[in-house]
Write a protein that binds this ligand. Structure first.
Ligand code: ADP
Length: 484
């Protein structure tokens, strides 16, 4: 059933194409609540035709939007940020209903969405160019920044609100218009952005939102020459497909892809702090974030104590429907997610690992899973290489700093990593040796709108947040003024 909202209009069951709320498409997609299995709402199953219309609407709206002053765009984006904040409770309830995360986490995500939009409203006015000392006495060398044009954004189900904020915010601030395709599991949080954008007074066609067939919509977005940039958050597998498709028309790309985050605990770590950090870095959103630690690497001398503390903390996590009081861990997104975690546990146990907390489907049934901790995990196991994307903490053992660095970097991914130490020299050495886009030193939660979020290696291209987040939506134009 639909969540009780103060403003029921926020549950939108239509796509936004230009000025129109459209139900066009081949049939509909039912959105289910992963905690209860009930239907939250129904959205259109749009395809290539609707996508073309949305792209054309974004293209038509582009000249007027880029022609506004930066301050005019900033004023509208600030209004949008205020509306997101004012509707935080409703948006959080909608998010929990379709995604499953606890209400506390959903509120935090919506708060983060508002923070991103506000940040980029501010950045809109700081798109500076350069005047470069000229190598010629009679010429001047100028560089200006221009919006890249129509942007297509494809977003995932794990952060259905804030992943849109990180793309829509900088795109609109830069003067781009946008077509957004939210994940089919969580389209309602995405469609709500359309209503709020209209309410903020953002002109028709600047924001377009389509729900439906990922393959069809994705193919049109990546091949249509009117689209100048693809920004995607999701799996490395689909990211590679989109990169190949976007090559046909040489689009700009931003990719936030998978991770395999190590969480390294050295013997000299503050144990309390390390356990608290590992719990957040592992079990937030039931382990379903691309920066969740996938591998906990613990030094010999502290291994047993850390393992025991981690198991106690995992056993203490309250699992349940995210809307219930005190629940810290909701269900997983779908049955496939349960299969994956079970496969990883079975593979590890078959190869000699031991489960010391959880390990099974939760008594609540459905897609609930027990927060799990495993010890004696070694590099040959599947968990060492593949992202589990679930509440499983596998504890690997290492002897010294060099071994920890080698194990941490032994992956094709390079998104986030974490380590705990009280030795200042080690903090610098290890931070510089880790091949990752983001490092948490004695911190398990590091995301903020003011810092650049993104990965190296197969974890992605580009950065979101910070001043760099808007650069990704701008092209430099070099202007040479001669004959002076
Ligand atoms: P996850 O494994 O987290 O579900 P995906 O990469 O499969 O991540 O999905 C992330 C987003 O990419 C979703 O919006 C999904 O609908 C979309 N997507 C999936 N397959 C394709 C595709 N072939 N083309 C374009 N988008 C796709």
């Amino acid at each position: 059933e639909a969540p009780a909202l103060r403003n029921p209009k926020l549950l939108v069951e239509a796509c936004l194409i230009g000025a129109e709320w459209s139900k066009a498409g081949s049939g509909t997609i039912a959105v289910t609540n992963p905690a209860t299995g009930t239907i939250v709402g129904t959205v259109p199953n749009a395809g290539a035709g609707e996508t073309r219309q949305a792209i054309e609407a974004a293209h038509a709206a582009y000249p007027a939007w880029r022609g506004k002053t930066a301050n005019e765009r900033a004023v509208l984006l600030r209004k949008l940020a205020v509306l997101v904040s004012e509707n935080q409770e409703d948006l959080a309830r909608l998010l929990t209903a379709e995604q499953g995360k606890s209400l506390a986490e959903a509120r935090a995500e919506v708060g983060m969405s508002a923070a991103y939009v506000l940040w980029f409203a501010e950045e809109a006015r700081r798109v500076y160019g350069d005047v470069i000392p000229s190598p010629w006495p009679d010429r001047r060398v100028l560089v200006t920044k221009e919006p890249v044009g129509v942007v297509a954004a494809i977003t995932p189900w794990n952060f259905p609100s804030s992943m849109i904020a990180r793309k829509l915010g900088p795109a609109l601030a830069a003067g781009c218009t946008i077509v957004i395709k939210p994940a089919s599991q969580t389209p309602l949080s995405g469609l709500a952005w359309g209503l709020l954008a209209q309410e903020a007074g953002i002109p028709d066609g600047v924001v377009n939102i389509l729900t439906g067939s990922a393959r069809e919509i994705g193919a049109e977005l990546t091949s249509n020459p009117l689209v100048k940039k693809i920004t995607f958050t999701g799996s490395t597998e689909i990211g590679k497909v989109l990169l190949k498709q976007a090559a046909g028309t040489v689009k700009k790309v931003s990719m936030e892809l998978g991770g395999n985050a190590p969480f390294i605990v050295f013997d000299d770590a503050d144990l309390d702090r390390a356990v608290a950090g590992a719990m957040l870095a592992k079990y937030r959103n039931s382990g379903q974030t691309c920066i969740c630690t996938n591998r906990v690497l613990v030094q010999d001398g502290i291994y047993d104590r850390f393992a025991q503390r981690m198991a106690e903390a995992a056993d203490a996590l309250k699992v349940g429907n995210g809307v219930e009081d005190g629940v810290m861990q909701g269900p997983l997104i779908d049955a496939a997610a349960i299969d994956k975690i079970e496969e990883h546990i079975k593979d590890a146990v078959d190869k000699g690992a031991r489960v010391i907390a959880g390990g099974h489907r939760h008594a609540l049934g459905g897609t609930f899973f027990q927060p799990t901790v495993m010890v004696d995990v070694v590099p040959g196991m599947a968990v060492a290489r593949e992202e589990t994307f679930g509440p499983l903490a596998p504890l690997f053992r290492f002897r010294d700093e060099a071994e920890a660095i080698r194990m941490a970097n032994d992956t094709e991914f390079g998104l986030a990593c974490y380590f705990y130490t009280r030795d200042l020299g080690r903090a610098f050495r290890v931070s510089e040796a880790l091949e990752y886009g983001m490092v948490g030193i004695n911190e398990g939660i590091i995301t903020t709108e003011v810092a650049p979020f993104g990965g190296v290696k197969e974890s992605g291209l580009g950065r979101e947040g910070s001043y760099q987040g808007i650069e990704d939506y701008l092209s430099a134009k070099y202007v040479c003024v001669g004959g002076l």
